[in-house]
Design a protein around this ligand. Sequence first.
Ligand code: HEM
Length: 508
Amino acid sequence: MHSEILAGAVGATLVAIVLLSFLRVIFSPLRAIPGPTAARFNNLWYLWRVWRGHFELDNIKLHERHGEIVRYGPNRYSISCPTALKTIYGHGTKFAKSDWYKTWSNPHPSQWAIFSDQNIKRHSENRRQYQSAYSMSSLVNYEGYVDECADLFSHRLEEIAKAGLYANMGHWFQCYAFDVIGLITYSKRLGFLDAGDDISGVIAALEDHLKYATLVGIYSCLHPYVFAVRNWLAGSSGTGRAYVMKFTQERIAEHQRDETKAVLVDDSKEQGPAVEFLTKFFSKNAQDPKAFTMYHLIMGCVSNMVAGSDTTAISLSAMLYFLLKNPQTFEALRQEIDAKKREGMLSQRVTFKESQRMPYLQAVMKEALRMHPATGLPLERVVPPGGVMICGRFFPEGSIVGTNSWVAHRDVSIFGADANEFKPERWLIDDKQQMVLMERNWMPFGLGSRTCLGRHISFLEMSKLIPMLVRDFDFELDWKLQTQAWETKNYWFVKPGDFRIKISVRSF
Ligand code: HEM
């Protein structure tokens, strides 16, 4: 009897869900927006496509087929229309991040994270607290840390070259980026480059967190439950994000025990060499513990780890990959570097300043970030009260809209008929209007008030490493990569799979 009642209740609930989704489709003011039929009824189509790991390509195809505005869920709309970028992401707009971002922080509402915070006011207050540590003028503090890791990276490549082995450069760039971010954040190298391995499983834990946050974020109402169960199942070390949090807390405790670290610095001023985030954050906390709490300190470190390592490693991989797939660009960059060396304008440890005087290098980095932006899903935002016009269509309050940088970067109306080709030269033309147009639609670091805080740091890391690699080493792609495109998986970050390369030390 009981089981019959239960079966009846489940059946009635399912019928109600199906009926409701039909009614929502019929009465939606946005029902005319095209897209896959399955995506009209629920978010399962989006979940399935993201799960397959190539949504950046799916998203491009959707726009090729359906035009500027495409549906990819019952209330999710992907926009490929240059005028929309300012409306959605421009400074001062009131488009909060969507619920998809919820899974990037602890489910408790007070436990914000700078990247995922949906509260616009709180986010802008917190962002102001962090900004100076990431500013252009702070870079001088971090350059020595990057040099230390670049030296070790070069040493590792020499060893691999001598052994005549192939290297998975995606892995080595990850080791480099993790060690740099560890040094910049904690003034302690985490040891990835030393071991050539994933220390304490941090890389694996972050990968696990990425997959979880990306997929569960599509049904974020499940986050509080799945998060709790996953952590319980993972035991004392926790899993994914919890693991990274614990790892960070251990580094903080180490730092507190170290008496030589008790120096206060004023991070609003340009410092002398080498002051890491943790000392800056402790100083901010000591100066005003109510405005910059210990929670700010911990979250600042965690967000560096989560947001700052994979992204930089992917971008470095993309730079080397596109240079090697287009040998004439590799040669052009090498010529620029060699010329600087001959002129005595290139140190053994390439400085950030020197790298900025190399226009072709700058164009290569920009173009690789255009061809392969590290994030590969629409940057979802919620339409604020009152609704908004986007690309000539009215979107009511609560609609989720967003642009995927992969879609924006392949827009032929902006980047031309050769938008799918790697051509650094497009950034070196003498056409101011076209340059402004491309700059406005170049968004590997996001846009507006939520633009990447760490973008200058990532440029510091890339600008020093790429010229050193091209100057000192020769590379040969593995036979498979010579004939085919590399394989990638998109769980928010579009990570390359096996990026196998043969390395030799360049003979002069
Ligand atoms: C090439 C490397 C990088 C790329 C491509 C990249 C990309 C991005 C993107 C696309 C966003 C905005 C996402 C959105 O709107 O949803 C973002 C935000 C962020 N990134 Fe990066 N990132 C990189 C490196 C870094 C580094 C090195 C750090 C830290 C040291 C960092 C810290 C952050 C933080 C804290 C945010 C959140 C900002 C906010 O919401 O106010 N990123 N990044």
